[in-house]
Design a protein around this ligand. Structure first.
Ligand code: QAP
Ligand code: CO
Length: 175
C-alpha cells in the first residue's frame, strides 16, 4: 500500500471521516500501512484522513519516559467517541500534516473514550497526560479540525506567515 502524508492546506484535511462498518482485510491493510509511516516520520499519532482515507480510524504510539515507542504500545481506535471530559491542560502540539510548526493548545485534561478495535470489539479507555491530548488531537482530525484551527486570530496569522515562508523555501530548494 502506497501512502503519503496529506499536508496543509490540502482541503481533504477538512473532510469529516465516515464511520467504519466493515472490519475487513482492507481496513487491516490500511492500519498496517499507517504504522510505519507514523514511526518513520517521528509521529506519535496519525488519523486515516492524514493519509487520504476519510474513515474514522486513528493510531497512536505515545513515547515512554525514555522516549522509546515499542510496537506493543500501539493503540488503534476505530469509530472513537469521547464520552466524558474534564479539566484543562496546555501542551505544545505539532502535526504531521502541518510540519515544523508547534503551538500551545488547550485541551481537556482527562477524557473517557469509547471505540472499537480492528476486529470491531467495543472498548473503553480513560486517558490523561499526553495520551489524552493525542486522542483529542486525532479525534479532531476525524471531524476535519486541525490544531491550527484552534489558535487565536493573532497566533493563526503568525502561522500563516511562517507557512508562506516555508513554501517559498521549499520552492527555492527545488530550483
Ligand atoms: C498529534 O502529532 C499530537 O512538525 C501527533 O516536523 C501532537 O505526531 C498529539 C511531527 C501533540 C499529542 C501532542 C510533527 C513530526 C509529529 C512535525 C505528531 C514534524 C515531525 C507530530
Ligand atoms: Co495531526
Amino acid at each position: 500500500m502506497n501512502l503519503s502524508i496529506v499536508e496543509y492546506p490540502d482541503r481533504r484535511l477538512k473532510l469529516k471521516s465516515k464511520k467504519i462498518e466493515k472490519f475487513d482485510k482492507s481496513l487491516h491493510r490500511l492500519l498496517d500501512a499507517m504504522y510505519p509511516i507514523m514511526m518513520n516520520t517521528n509521529g506519535i499519532g496519525l488519523a486515516a484522513i492524514q493519509v487520504a482515507h476519510p474513515i474514522q480510524a486513528l493510531i497512536l504510539n505515545i513515547p515512554e519516559e525514555d522516549g522509546e515507542q515499542p510496537d506493543e504500545n500501539l493503540i488503534e481506535m476505530i469509530n472513537p467517541i469521547i464520552k466524558s471530559k474534564d479539566g484543562e491542560t496546555v501542551y505544545q502540539e505539532g502535526c504531521l500534516s502541518v510540519p515544523s510548526f508547534y503551538e500551545d493548545i488547550t485541551r481537556f485534561e482527562t477524557i473517557s473514550v469509547e471505540y472499537q478495535d480492528r476486529d470491531a470489539n467495543l472498548k473503553t479507555m480513560d486517558a490523561d497526560g499526553l495520551l489524552s491530548i493525542a486522542i483529542q488531537h486525532e479525534v479532531d482530525h476525524l471531524n476535519g479540525i486541525l490544531f491550527i484551527d484552534k489558535l487565536s486570530y493573532g497566533r493563526r496569522k503568525k502561522f500563516e506567515k511562517e507557512h508562506k515562508r516555508m513554501l517559498k523555501e521549499k520552492k527555492n530548494s527545488k530550483k
